[in-house]
Write a protein that binds this ligand. Structure first.
Ligand code: CA
Length: 537
């Protein structure tokens, strides 16, 4: 019997929106089309596939007419037993390549169309990973062991086996290249594929990967408990106070006061001086200060969560970024603006405790015993969901290329955990292998997967494709920020970690501050106060 979750609070719409955010790429010129396959239109592909059983799935196929920026395509749907729904989108002029888009949260939904990939002629492949839900609930894992395994690691290779047959049936040939891109849980799926299915994809993009499921869920639990402690709740006014304090201390350490702390290495505890925020006597005396219980939350949030049982049961502390007051940052993900039970992190760890660990839908995660006192549950969770293996030499030897990206102001998943994974991966494969086959970028001021003050849009798919097909490994890339109408409002270089974009343009020049040419990828270091260049926003 399937037991469904009941939630004490509605899920914030913004959290759901973030879970289903499409990939961070946008339209440019379409990839040149292979002459042999380009003659097969979406309508022809649909006619070839509809009603047929291919790869174990009975397929439906409908032509979806062009709408807005989305071109016409053939939408193919099928279900692999027992309950793995897949969708394949075939463009009017196939470029010969496959693009697999990862899911988000606990999956359960077919991810939205990736318009830019379709515009470029990719055949898109997505799935709900084997169960149906809203992305915020792990209820499927309570009684359905196979659904849990599919979510953990099996759905991607299972869907790929079918998708390759479907594409071959539509076009007569399999794809020349196959790529995977995902963010958050999709980033975990990306690294899982790299680690466990090293021959499946020619290139993989892992963005803000939630690879350390045990570790970050434990960190979520620890932070939620601190927020739920007497006096620990943080209102939006308190979060805004904290963000201003961080900006005042650290914004200029990257050469420009622009609302982005691009050089977090220089934003040390001494520079931050959080003690200056303490309310007199340590009690809560209003919105101009933080109580001791609130400072304890900040302390918990920013320190590493390390659990017993395995060296991989850990999550690095979060940076204070000065963007805590951004709408998709600390309030939505961590504090719930005064009600922790509304926060994304609380909701994720709560459903994980209920359906994967305590295995009791009535369990209260805030009263759940310390994370590492539940060794059997941790082991089971890690075996299913953790993508913490660092030796990816089989993927590298197979010719695979990996691009990892993380937003510098991500309040959901710590960029420092990704930094740690990449350092450990380099140790495991060797510096030469890592340099030849992996790249790692941090985008300052960018929230979870997208949004925030910083430049969140980078065409990683084209960078990956050129790497795979032409052997040109990406260096510094270009990042943009767009307004609601799609106009570019900021360009920055996207630097390879540990470099960060330091402002080298003229002081007090608002136009120069928005141009990538005013920034240089720079090694981190502690800037002295007298060296700060200060420009207008
Ligand atoms: Ca700055």
């Amino acid at each position: 019997m399937k037991i469904h979750a009941t939630r004490p609070q509605p899920i914030p719409a913004a959290v759901l929106a973030a879970l289903s955010a499409p990939a961070l790429i946008w339209a440019q010129a379409a990839t040149p089309v292979d002459a042999k396959t380009a003659t097969i239109t979406a309508a022809m592909a649909c006619a070839a596939l509809g009603g047929k059983t291919i790869g174990g799935a009975m397929l439906t196929a409908v032509v979806v007419t062009a709408s807005g920026a989305a071109p016409v395509y053939c939408k193919v749907n099928g279900t692999l037993d027992p309950s793995l729904n897949l969708e394949i989108r075939l463009p009017d002029a196939w470029n010969g390549k496959l693009y697999y888009g990862g899911g988000g949260g606990y999956d359960g939904l077919i991810p939205p169309l990736n318009v830019p990939a379709l515009v470029r002629g990719y055949a898109e492949v997505v799935s709900d990973s084997g169960h149906q839900g809203d992305g915020m609930s792990a209820d499927f894992a309570l009684s359905d062991t196979f659904a849990a395994q599919l979510f953990g690691s099996l759905s991607v290779p299972t869907v790929m086996a079918a998708a390759l047959k479907v594409l071959t049936a539509a076009y007569g040939v399999p794809p020349t290249k196959s790529y995977f891109e995902g963010c958050s849980n999709g980033g975990r799926e990306a690294l899982m594929a790299v680690q466990r299915n090293p021959n499946l994809f020619d290139g993989v993009i892992a963005r803000a990967p939630g690879y350390n499921w045990v570790g970050f869920m434990g960190a979520f639990n620890r932070t939620a408990k601190a927020l739920a402690a007497p006096g620990g709740a943080l209102s939006s006014a308190k979060t805004a106070l904290l963000a201003r304090h961080v900006r005042d201390a650290c914004d200029g350490l990257d050469g420009i006061v622009d609302g982005i702390v691009a050089n977090p290495a220089a934003c040390t505890p001494d520079v931050l001086h959080l003690g200056g925020l303490r309310c007199p006597g340590g009690g809560d005396t209003g919105d101009t200060c933080l109580s001791d219980a609130q400072l304890a939350v900040v302390q918990t949030w920013t320190t590493d969560a390390i659990f017993a049982g395995s060296s991989t049961y850990r999550s690095k502390g979060y940076n204070l970024t000065g963007n805590e007051d951004d709408p998709m940052n600390f309030g939505i993900w961590v504090s719930g603006d005064g009600d922790v039970r509304k926060a994304g992190q609380y909701l994720f760890q709560d459903t994980t405790v209920k359906y994967c660990m305590a295995r009791d839908p009535k369990a209260d995660s805030l009263r759940y015993s310390p994370w590492d006192q539940n060794q059997v549950a941790l082991y089971a969770l890690a075996a299913l969901y953790d993508a913490t293996q660092t030796d990816i030499r089989p993927f590298i030897k197979a010719g695979g290329k990996l691009i990892v990206w993380h937003g510098g102001s991500d309040a959901a998943l710590s960029v420092n955990s990704t930094i740690e994974y990449m350092a450990n991966m380099e140790k495991a494969v060797g510096a030469e292998n890592a340099a030849a086959s992996t790249r790692f970028y941090v985008a300052p001021g960018v929230d979870h997967c997208e949004g925030g003050v910083g430049a969140d849009k980078t065409d990683l798919l084209t960078a990956l494709d050129e790497w795979v097909t032409k052997g040109v490994g990406p260096g510094t890339l270009s990042a943009q920020k767009l307004d609601a109408k799609g106009a570019v409002t900021l360009t920055q270089p996207l630097c390879q970690y540990p470099l960060y974009p330091r402002y080298i343009g003229p002081a007090n020049n608002a136009a120069a501050a928005k141009l990538a040419s005013s920034y240089a990828c720079t090694s981190p270091g502690v800037a002295k106060q007298g060296e700060l260049g200060v420009a207008a926003k």
